[in-house]
Write a protein that binds this ligand. Structure first.
Ligand code: 2P0
Length: 399
């Protein structure tokens, strides 16, 4: 999840619970549809042996006793979320719109541990401590409150992407945690309710509940606090059938960033004179983006994507003191994108809270775009992503 760096490991999963958890009637997320959200998917996952963490038989054996495993993919925003209007409830200043990818999944298992003294968190097989452990434990506390449960849990989360490098690891991390924790605690929740829940862990995570394009509603009309909490969630966004896109990811630096996105957006909101004008332009960008997606107009989608991201970075550069995620290699990649456009290819850049550059292009031209970026930035690793699936339970207790 967000605070600690962790990558895929082969460390064993925690042992199954020593005593089965009790199985009360499922609680529901307030405002959600009730009913067994993903029980059949979970059963299929167990049956197909698609358990991804550690030793599959341990998790499969624990199914029905407060144990669940979920997978989620990162999403990259085309219209960015940058700044909260309510920190406590993780309510954004404006709507955002993203594309969920088919690369870099996070797999997270949650197992209730009734005998344990507290929550235990493994990130990439390593015991998490300090703020990283506390952030996950706070999230579990929220799930327990909603579910009316008390048992601590063991969380085992594996990323396939460096954490804290602006590659959306907190989005996939908290989306997978929301799905797995809700199932393990018997919290009946549909994707919309799970999107709201994931938002409380990390704002961008609410969009990873859904595959393809998704819009996170700021719900400004609802004000703040609990009223807005009920309606600030993500929803899938339709796009024209002919719009087949790829996102070419140029990893110029996979190390953790110096300033967390949470701290950087807080500083931007508080001090940048460019922040409010960017939010106003972002509202217009979103309206135009929806129209461009519906029309299948890749050039318009790309132009809006690039201007929205560069505008967000301008707000950070104007913060006091400045937040600068752009590195020399980022600028080299941005130059290469311009050169691709001059050659007639539809290639448009976006960047998040880190130096890495993501290039939106036509799926059919992705390998050409990737080759040009590898040549321009030889020290970078370049990964081609396509639209990916929403978060899902792959094993465990789908009560
Ligand atoms: C986004 N980012 O829309 C934007 C663009 C980074 C740049 O969402 O404080 O980890 O946990 O809600 O979601 C990164 O911020 O922040 C982010 P919190 P999060 O994807």
């Amino acid at each position: 999840m967000a605070a600690d760096r962790h990558t895929t490991t082969t460390a064993p999963a925690p042992a199954p619970p020593s005593a089965p958890a009790t199985s009360p009637a499922p609680a529901t997320v307030p405002g959600s549809a009730t009913g067994p959200a993903t029980a059949s998917a979970a059963a299929q996952g167990v049956a197909a042996g698609r358990v991804c963490l550690g030793e599959p038989q341990l998790w499969a054996a624990a199914a029905g006793s407060g144990c669940a495993v979920a997978v989620a993919h990162p999403n990259i925003a085309l219209i960015k979320y940058w700044g909260k209007r309510d920190e406590e409830w993780v309510l954004p200043a404006a709507d955002s719109l993203s594309l969920t990818l088919d690369v870099f999944p996070t797999t997270t298992g949650v197992r209730l541990a009734p005998q344990a003294a507290g929550d235990r968190v493994l990130l990439g097989g390593q015991e998490a401590t300090g703020p990283a452990q506390a952030r996950v434990a706070d999230f579990l506390h929220l799930v327990r409150e909603l579910a009316g449960r008390r048992e601590p849990a063991v969380v085992d989360s594996r990323n396939t992407v460096p954490t804290g490098a602006g590659l959306a690891s907190s989005a996939s991390g908290f989306a997978a945690l929301a799905v797995a924790a809700a199932a393990a605690y018997g919290l009946a929740a549909d994707p919309a309710a799970l999107s709201r829940l994931a938002r409380r862990g990390s704002g961008s995570a609410c969009r990873s509940l859904f595959g393809g394009f998704a819009q996170w509603h700021a719900a400004l009309d609802a004000g703040g606090g609990a009223a807005a909490d009920r309606v600030s969630l993500a929803e899938p966004v339709p796009a024209a059938a002919g719009l087949e896109v790829a996102l070419v990811i140029v990893v110029v630096n996979a190390g953790p960033k110096a300033v967390s996105s949470r701290a950087a957006m807080r500083r931007t909101v508080a001090t940048s004179p460019l922040y409010r004008p960017w939010v106003a332009s972002s509202v217009q960008d979103l309206t135009q983006m929806r129209a461009a997606l519906a029309a299948g107009d890749l050039n318009a989608v790309g132009e809006i994507t690039e201007r929205n991201a560069l505008g967000m970075h301008a707000t950070m550069l104007a913060a006091r003191p400045a937040v600068r995620y752009l590195a020399p290699a980022s600028l080299t990649a941005l130059d290469a994108v311009l050169a691709l456009r001059e050659r007639g290819l539809a290639a448009y850049a976006t960047m998040d809270a880190g130096p890495n550059v993501k290039v939106l292009c036509a799926a059919g031209q992705a390998s050409q775009v990737a080759a040009a970026l590898r040549e321009a930035v030889p020290q970078a690793s370049v990964v081609v992503a396509r639209p990916g699936p929403g978060a899902r339970l792959v094993a465990g207790d789908g009560r």
